[in-house]
Design a protein around this ligand. Structure first.
Ligand code: EPU
Length: 345
């Protein structure tokens, strides 16, 4: 394994931000990590694990070591008459895995098609879309403790999943390098989920009444292609903000002014509001500010029209957060991870 210096990260983040890392290492096998641990660099430098860079904003140069996960491979184990355990290494493409599972007729992740990023990044933010979250099918995550080099297997409960949240975002979980992810998928009697509005509309439009998991996957792909900008063409990191969860009193006070407010009931008498609605209603959808802007088809997505700095995108996000707070009394939170160049430990 080679440690590179002043490494250009532009092609390794989907925002396409120009940023350099002080040090950069590609992890192709577990031994690469053990070598780094014994070299002491993980205690002397800040470090950051990078997948496909599709949920990160580099604020500037990264003053530390970037660990780029390149672990590859996939194995399976039949676990019952109608279920299979599928293990994929952290460096595999998430969408590639979804496509392979769809080809084999293994069900459970077809609603999560076309989400950019690696397999290893998927549990970190508990990826979710179109009525399904990764946590619903995740069996366990294999990790390497970057402090000790020890390997461990963390089952679903230990991963403490929440909405775009997990153990791996908490201070005590930051020391884990995810090496592989194991999913429990169905081989028959699939739990087809078309509950999320747009899916059933697309399927109905195609005259599909009894959708297969492949039908659902294809519908999700077409919806995402229609709404979300392709990072290859225009820099972005998907949803920049989380959908805020608020209480009934706040819903009522917003409704007094905006009777069309959409919201969904969650647990403990709380309500989730689409951040995209707040941003759009505040007048930001399609707005451009220098090299940055709010996507014209999905107000949750901030874009780099070319040449934007991380700081510019962060400023735009702050302006949106301040405006939404003033207009609706709702505090938005960023979903995208901001890389400051400081220790993530
Ligand atoms: N809406 C607007 N304006 C817009 C877009 C949406 O008002 O420009 C409102 C509409 O009321 C719409 C509602 O928001 O009905 C929901 O929109 P959408 O189905 O597009 O989903 P979202 O809540 O904006 C979330 C995820 C996406 C995921 C979709 C589909 C978060 C932060 N985002 O977006 O995830 O693909 O649902 O399940 O939860 C991502 O995390 O990067 C991501 C793209």
């Amino acid at each position: 394994m080679q440690l590179q210096e002043h490494f250009n990260l532009k092609d390794l983040n989907t925002f396409g931000i120009e940023a350099k890392a002080k040090y950069f290492a590609e992890i192709r096998e577990k031994k690469d990590l053990r070598d780094l641990i014994s070299s002491g660099i993980l205690t002397s430098e800040s470090w950051l694990i990078l997948g496909e860079g599709s949920n990160i904003l580099f604020r500037g140069d990264y003053d530390g070591l970037i660990l780029k996960t390149r672990l590859s491979g996939m194995t399976t184990e039949k676990c019952s008459e109608d279920q299979i355990l599928v293990t994929a290494a952290a460096g595999e493409s998430w969408h590639g895995l979804v496509m392979r599972c769809m080809d084999h007729n293994w069900g459970g992740i077809e609603n999560l098609a076309l989400i950019p990023g690696t397999v290893g990044a998927a549990p970190v933010q508990n990826i979710g879309a179109y009525g399904r979250e990764l946590s619903e099918v995740l069996e366990y995550v294999d990790v390497i403790d970057l402090e000790t080099g020890d390997e461990d297997r963390l089952d679903q409960k230990v991963c403490a999943f929440g909405y775009r949240d997990s153990l791996f975002k908490q201070p005590k979980g930051k020391k884990f390098f995810i090496s592989s992810v194991t999913l429990r998928l169905t081989t028959k009697n699939h739990l087809i989920n078309t509950s999320y509005g747009a899916i059933s509309t697309v399927l109905m439009g195609q005259g599909v009444e009894q959708p297969t998991l492949q039908d659902v996957g294809r519908a999700v792909i077409s919806i995402r292609k229609e709404k979300l900008p392709d990072p290859q063409k225009i820099g972005n990191a998907g949803s920049f903000f989380k959908n805020p969860v608020v209480d009934a009193a706040l819903i009522e006070s917003i409704q007094n002014q905006y009777s069309t407010l959409p919201f969904y009931k969650t647990e403990n008498q709380q309500f989730k509001i689409p951040a995209a609605w707040l941003i759009e209603t505040a007048g930001w959808k399609g707005k451009r500010l220098g090299n940055t802007g709010v996507h014209e088809k999905q107000a949750l997505v901030l874009v780099n029209y070319g040449g934007a700095t991380g700081e510019e995108i962060l400023n735009l996000s702050q302006q949106i957060m301040d405006d939404v707070k003033t207009k609706f009394g709702v505090q938005l939170q960023r979903e995208v991870q901001i890389a400051e160049g400081k220790s993530p430990k």
